[in-house]
Ligand binder design. Structure first.
Ligand SMILES: [Fe+2]
Length: 409
C-alpha cells in the first residue's frame, strides 16, 4: 500500500476573536490583498490596526473582483515588487485569497510573469515558495476553504469562453489560517447560502472521488454533516454566532479534506458555468452536483453509497438510497433559497442555448487534455466516470439547466 501526504497550515487559529492572533505571526511588511466589499465593512482597517500594534507596516490592494482575472494577480504582483512584503495577507473569500496566492508565486518567481497562461499554470505548480514571504489567509466567508488549501483559481478572460483554471501544489498551502466567525457574520443570506453550499460540495465531492483515507474521510464526513445541520440556521439567523462558528470551521475542514483529496467534474463544470455566465461559484456547484453524482454513480458506487449512509439517507436498495441522498441534497438547496435549476436562477435561456455548444466542447477538451485522462482508453475513461463524448457533457449541462438528473444505472 502506497503512503500518502497530508499538508495543512502550520497554525490554524479559529473561533470568535481569532483575528487577534495576527499579532503573533511575525513579519515586518505585510501586503493585504482584499476586495472593495471587505474594505467597506471596515475589516481592512481592523487588520491594519492589529498590524500597526505589532509594528508591521502594511500596504493594501483592495480591487480583487469575483472570479479574479490573471490581470488582477499581476497587478498585485506589481505592487508587491514595489512594496517588498515579507508577509502576504489574503483577506476575504476565495477570490481575494486566491489572487493573493497567485501574486505570491509571481513575487517569489518573477520569471513566471512572462510565460503564457498555460505555461504559467504548469510551472507555478512546481516552484517552491517562502524565500521572500510567508502567507497568512484570513477567511471572511464560510465556503471556499482557500485559507487552508493547496489550490488557487484564476480566470483567463482573453479567450472565449473564458478559462477559469485551478492550479496548485502543497507549497501553496498558507502558513497561517485565521478563521474568525465574527468576520463572516455580516455575510448576507444569499452569500451564506452559496458559499455554504460550495463547502458542502467540497466535502461530498471529495469524499465520493478520493481513494478511502481515514485522514481525508474524517474531515469530509464531519464537515458535510455539520453543514447539513447548521447551514439553514446560519442562512435564516445570520446573527447566530454558534451557527456562524459551526459553518466557518466546517468550511475550513472541507477545505483541508479536498486539498488533501481531490475534486472532479462537479467543480470542473461549475467553473465553466461561473466563467461563462457569472454564476456564483457555490451556486454553480449546487446546479451541477446532482446531475454529476447521478452520472458518476456507476464508477463511484461504493463511495456514494457510503456517503449516503453517513449523511443519514436510507433506502430499500442502492438506487433508492442514492435517490434519497440526492433528494436530501436538493432539499437543503430549497431551505437556503438556492434554485434547483439554472433556468429558475434568472439566466436568459437564449444566452444559455447560444453557449451550450461552445462550453460543452470546451469542457470536453479540458477533460481530454488532462494528463491522467489523455493516457486512458475510451473504455478506461468510461469505467472511471469520465465523459467520453461531447454529447455526455452537453447532457449534464442540460440536466443542470432543467434541474433534472439521469436515471441511475
Ligand atoms: Fe469550490
Amino acid at each position: 500500500m502506497a503512503y500518502r501526504t497530508f499538508t495543512v497550515p502550520r497554525n490554524i487559529y479559529y473561533g470568535p476573536g481569532a483575528l487577534q492572533s495576527l499579532t503573533t505571526v511575525g513579519g515586518q511588511r505585510a501586503l493585504i490583498v482584499t476586495d472593495p466589499g471587505v474594505r467597506a465593512q471596515g475589516l481592512v482597517a481592523k487588520v491594519e490596526q492589529i498590524c500597526a500594534a505589532g509594528n508591521i507596516k502594511t500596504a493594501v490592494f483592495d480591487k480583487v473582483e469575483p472570479d479574479p482575472s490573471k490581470e488582477t494577480s499581476w497587478a498585485v504582483f506589481a505592487l508587491a515588487q514595489e512594496f517588498k512584503p515579507d508577509l502576504f495577507i489574503g483577506l476575504g473569500g476565495g477570490s481575494s485569497i486566491d489572487a493573493g496566492k497567485t501574486a505570491w508565486i509571481l513575487y517569489e518567481h518573477p520569471d513566471l510573469a512572462n510565460l503564457s497562461f498555460m505555461e504559467f499554470l504548469r510551472e507555478a505548480s512546481r516552484r517552491e515558495l517562502r524565500k521572500k514571504a510567508r502567507y497568512v489567509a484570513i477567511s471572511t466567508t464560510s465556503g471556499t476553504g482557500s485559507e487552508v488549501t493547496s489550490a488557487a483559481v484564476v480566470t483567463d478572460r482573453s479567450v472565449n469562453p473564458p478559462y477559469k483554471a485551478g492550479f496548485g501544489s502543497r507549497h501553496l498551502v498558507p502558513d497561517v489560517a485565521i478563521a474568525d466567525p465574527e468576520l463572516a457574520a455580516s455575510m448576507p443570506p444569499v452569500v451564506t447560502a452559496n458559499s455554504g453550499y460550495d463547502a458542502l460540495v467540497h466535502a461530498t465531492e471529495c469524499y465520493a472521488l478520493t481513494q478511502p483515507s481515514d485522514m481525508v474521510d474524517a474531515l469530509a464526513i464531519w464537515s458535510a454533516r455539520t453543514i447539513f445541520e447548521w447551514l439553514p440556521r446560519a442562512y435564516s439567523q445570520g446573527s447566530d454566532m454558534q451557527a456562524r462558528d459551526k459553518m466557518h470551521l466546517a468550511a475550513l475542514q472541507a477545505g483541508i479534506a479536498f486539498s488533501n483529496g481531490r475534486l472532479g467534474m462537479v467543480h470542473g463544470m461549475a467553473h465553466v458555468l461561473g466563467a461563462t455566465f457569472g454564476i456564483p461559484h457555490g451556486r454553480a456547484n449546487a446546479f451541477m452536483l446532482c446531475p454529476c453524482f447521478a452520472f458518476l454513480y456507476p464508477a463511484y458506487k461504493a463511495r456514494l453509497n457510503s456517503l449516503a449512509g453517513f449523511l443519514g439517507a436510507s433506502g430499500r436498495d442502492d438506487h433508492s438510497l442514492i435517490n434519497n441522498l440526492l433528494t436530501d441534497l436538493d432539499n437543503l438547496k430549497k431551505k437556503v433559497g438556492i434554485p434547483l435549476a439554472i433556468k429558475d436562477s434568472g439566466l436568459d435561456k437564449k444566452r444559455f442555448d447560444e453557449m451550450l455548444e461552445p462550453i460543452s466542447v470546451d469542457y470536453f477538451n479540458q477533460l481530454s487534455r488532462s494528463p491522467v485522462n489523455s493516457r486512458m482508453s475510451i473504455e478506461e475513461r468510461r469505467k472511471a466516470g469520465v465523459p467520453v463524448t461531447v454529447d455526455e457533457v452537453r447532457g449534464l449541462f442540460l440536466h443542470a439547466w432543467n434541474g433534472t438528473r439521469a436515471e441511475l444505472k
